[in-house]
Design a protein around this ligand. Structure first.
Ligand SMILES: [Ca+2]
Ligand SMILES: [Ca+2]
Ligand SMILES: [Ca+2]
Ligand SMILES: [Ca+2]
Length: 586
C-alpha cells in the first residue's frame, strides 16, 4: 500500500482538498512555455433548458468550414478498378497539439492507390485552431504531410510528455507521429512493420494493462490485392464487391513497452480474430470492473467484445454478452460505433451502423445480463433502414443531459441505375428523455439537407463554448465543421483530466457527478465514431441544473478524487493527485 499525499503544484488552484485549475479560458495551461496564442474568449451564458421539454428541440448546426479556413476533401483514389478501399473513406483526429486550449484537427487523406510519393495533391492535413480568427493549415510546418492511402487517425499521448501524439492507419504501412512539443511532429519507427496488402481502419489508444502508458488497438479490415482487383456486377454495371470476397485479417494490439516503443502482441493477449473485418472500435469499461474492454464492429461477421481479464489478457465474449449479432440473430455490416449512456442507467451503450436496408443496432447495456438490441424500441430501426451508415457519435447537442446521435451516411457503390441511393443525407437523432430517438435532421441546419458520402466523424468543442460541435469527412466533397449554434440549451460542465500516475490523457477515467441529489456516471472512452478520435475533454450536459453538488473522479490508476460543489458552464482542468515517494517496505 502506498500513502497518498497530495502535492502542491505551483500555478494550480487548491480548493478544499482537490486540485483544479481555473477554466482553460483563463489560459492556465499545462506548460506555460508552450503557450502560443491568446486564450479563448469566455463562453456565453446558457439560459438553461428543461430536459422534459426536449421535444421542442431547436437544435442548430452551421457548417463553418469555409468561413473558418478549412478546405479539406478526402480523395478516394478511384481508378476504375473498384478497389475495396475506395469505399471506406477517411477520418480525423481531434487533438490540441500545441496545448493552447483550442482543439486542432488532423484529417487523413487517400491518394492514388499506387502511391506516388512525389504526387502531393492529396495529402493529410493538420489545421491549427486559432479560435475566433479561424483555422490555419499548418501541415507542412508541423511535418505531417503524409502521402499514403490513409484511412483512420487517433491521438494519444503515448509517452506522457504532455503533448498528444498521432497514429495514422493506412492501407499498408501505418504511421506513428511523435509530437515534439514545439509545434512539429516526427515520424517514429517504433510501430512494428505491417503487411503492405492489409487495409487498416480504425484505431484507439487506451491503457489496457493500466500501467500508466497507452497501448494501441488497430482494426484490420482485409487483405486487398492491387494487382488482381475483384470487380463485381449488378444490373449490367461493374461495381465494388461485397467485403466477404476479401480475406479477413486479424486486428493488431500493440503493447506500450514504456520506452517509446510498442510490441504487437494481439495473439498472446487473446485477440482471437480469424474472421473479423474490423471497421469500428470503442474501448470502455462495459462490465462494471475497472478494466477497459474492447468492442470491435466487424463487417459481415460477428462483432467482438474482448473483455479485459487483467495482465494484458482478453476473453472474447460478444456472443455471451449479446453484442455479436443483431437482435434478430444475424451478422451485420458493422461500420461505425458510438459509445455512450443514452438511457442514463450508468452503463455504456453501443450504437453500431449497418448496411442499406439492414438498420443500425443499438445495444442497450443491461448490466450483468449483458446487452439487448433496442434499436426498434428506440426508433433507431426506422431512422436507419434506408441509409448506409458509417461514422456515428453520441453528443448532447442541447446539453439537456441526454446524449443525442449524429450519423454519417452514404452508399459504397453507385447503384442509382437500380434505384438505390448513392449520396445520402446525414442525420441528427434527438434523444427524447433516454427512451427514443427522433430524426430532426430537417430542422437542424442546411448541411443536413445535402446528399454526401459521409464517413469519418468526431465530436469536439471547437469554439470552447460548451456546445459540442462536429467534424465530418466525406468522400470527394469538402469536410464539414458543424458549429453547434443551438440557441437554447442546458448548463454544462467540462473536465479536462490530466493523469500523473495514470496515463496522461486519463483515458477510461470514470467520473460520477451528483446534482440535485441524483448521481450520474460518465467515462472518458477511447475510440468511437469511425476512423476517428474526438475531443478528450469530458463535456457533460446538465439541463436546468446550474450547480453541481460534487464530482468524484475515479482515475485509471485506481485513485479517487472528490471535488465540489462546482459552478457550471465552464471547463476545469484537473490534475491527478501525485503520491509521495513512500513505497512499500519489504
Ligand atoms: Ca490547439
Ligand atoms: Ca506525447
Ligand atoms: Ca440531448
Ligand atoms: Ca462549441
Amino acid at each position: 500500500m502506498r500513502t497518498s499525499v497530495v502535492f502542491l503544484i505551483a500555478g494550480l488552484l487548491c480548493v478544499s482538498g482537490y486540485w483544479a485549475t481555473d477554466r482553460i479560458e483563463d489560459g492556465r495551461l499545462w506548460n506555460e512555455d508552450h503557450r502560443i496564442s491568446e486564450p479563448p474568449a469566455p463562453p456565453r451564458a446558457p439560459r438553461g433548458i428543461d430536459a422534459s421539454k426536449s421535444a421542442d428541440h431547436g437544435i442548430r448546426f452551421v457548417d463553418a468550414a469555409a468561413d473558418l479556413g478549412m478546405d479539406f476533401t478526402f480523395y478516394d483514389g478511384a481508378d476504375g478498378n473498384f478497389h475495396l478501399m475506395e469505399t471506406t473513406g477517411g477520418g480525423m483526429a481531434v487533438l490540441d497539439f500545441d496545448a493552447d486550449g483550442y482543439q486542432d484537427i488532423f484529417f487523413v487523406n487517400g491518394s492514388r492507390l499506387l502511391v506516388v510519393p512525389a504526387d502531393r495533391r492529396h495529402v493529410s492535413k493538420l489545421y491549427r485552431n486559432f479560435g475566433e480568427s479561424g483555422l490555419e493549415d499548418v501541415t507542412k510546418l508541423a511535418g505531417v504531410e503524409l502521402v499514403a492511402f490513409g484511412q483512420g487517425a487517433t491521438s494519444g499521448d503515448y509517452d506522457n510528455d504532455g503533448f498528444p501524439d498521432l497514429f495514422v492507419a493506412c492501407f499498408g504501412r501505418c504511421v506513428l507521429y511523435h509530437n515534439n512539443g514545439d509545434g512539429s511532429f516526427s515520424e517514429t519507427c517504433e510501430i512494428a512493420a505491417v503487411d503492405s496488402a492489409h487495409l487498416h481502419t480504425s484505431a484507439a489508444f487506451s491503457d489496457l494493462d493500466r500501467n500508466g502508458t497507452l497501448d494501441l488497438y488497430v482494426c484490420t479490415y482485409a487483405a486487398v490485392s492491387l494487382e488482381n482487383p475483384r470487380v463485381c456486377e449488378r444490373g449490367g454495371k461493374r461495381m465494388h464487391c461485397l467485403p466477404s470476397v476479401y480475406p479477413a485479417v486479424p486486428d493488431l494490439l500493440f503493447q506500450n513497452q514504456g520506452d517509446g516503443t510498442f510490441r504487437e502482441s494481439g495473439r498472446t493477449a487473446g485477440i482471437r480474430d480469424e474472421n473479423g473485418r474490423g471497421l469500428g472500435v470503442a474501448i470502455a469499461n462495459f462490465n462494471d470492473d475497472d478494466e477497459p474492454d474492447i468492442f470491435v464492429a466487424n463487417d459481415t461477421s460477428e462483432n467482438f467484445l474482448f473483455v479485459n481479464k487483467r495482465g494484458f489478457h482478453f476473453e472474447e465474449s460478444a456472443l455471451n454478452l449479446g453484442v455479436a449479432l443483431t437482435g434478430a440473430g444475424s451478422t451485420m455490416s458493422g461500420m461505425g460505433v458510438a459509445c455512450g449512456d443514452y438511457d442514463l442507467n450508468g452503463r455504456l451503450d453501443l450504437m453500431v451502423t449497418n448496411f442499406y436496408q439492414e438498420r443500425s443496432v443499438l445495444y442497450q447495456n443491461m448490466g450483468s445480463s449483458g446487452f439487448i438490441d433496442s434499436a426498434d424500441a428506440a426508433g433507431i430501426g426506422v431512422a436507419s433502414r434506408d441509409r448506409l451508415g458509417f461514422g456515428t457519435v453520441f453528443l448532447d447537442a442541447n446539453l439537456d443531459g441526454f446524449p443525442d446521435l449524429f450519423v454519417a451516411n452514404g452508399h459504397i457503390s453507385d447503384m442509382t441505375h437500380v434505384g438505390i441511393p448513392y449520396k445520402m443525407r446525414q442525420q441528427f437523432l434527438l434523444n427524447d428523455g433516454g427512451k427514443t430517438f427522433r430524426d430532426t435532421s430537417d430542422s437542424t441546419g442546411p448541411y443536413f439537407h445535402q446528399r454526401l458520402l459521409g464517413r469519418g466523424v468526431a465530436v469536439a468543442d471547437i469554439d470552447n463554448d460548451g456546445r459540442p460541435d462536429l467534424v465530418v469527412s466525406h468522400i470527394l466533397d469538402p469536410a464539414a465543421l458543424l458549429l453547434n449554434r443551438t440557441p437554447e440549451h442546458g448548463h454544462w460542465l467540462g473536465l479536462q483530466l490530466v493523469g500523473t500516475q495514470s496515463n496522461r490523457d486519463a483515458t477510461n477515467a470514470k467520473v460520477r457527478v451528483r446534482l440535485n441529489g441524483q448521481e450520474r456516471a460518465y467515462e472518458l472512452i477511447a475510440g468511437g465514431g469511425y476512423l476517428s478520435s474526438s475531443d478528450k475533454r469530458l463535456l457533460i450536459g446538465l439541463g436546468q441544473t446550474a450547480t453541481i453538488d460534487d464530482v468524484v473522479v475515479h482515475w485509471p490508476s485506481g485513485k479517487e478524487q472528490k471535488l465540489g460543489p462546482l459552478t457550471t458552464d465552464r471547463y476545469y482542468r484537473l490534475l491527478e493527485p501525485i503520491d509521495t515517494k513512500t513505497e512499500d517496505t519489504p
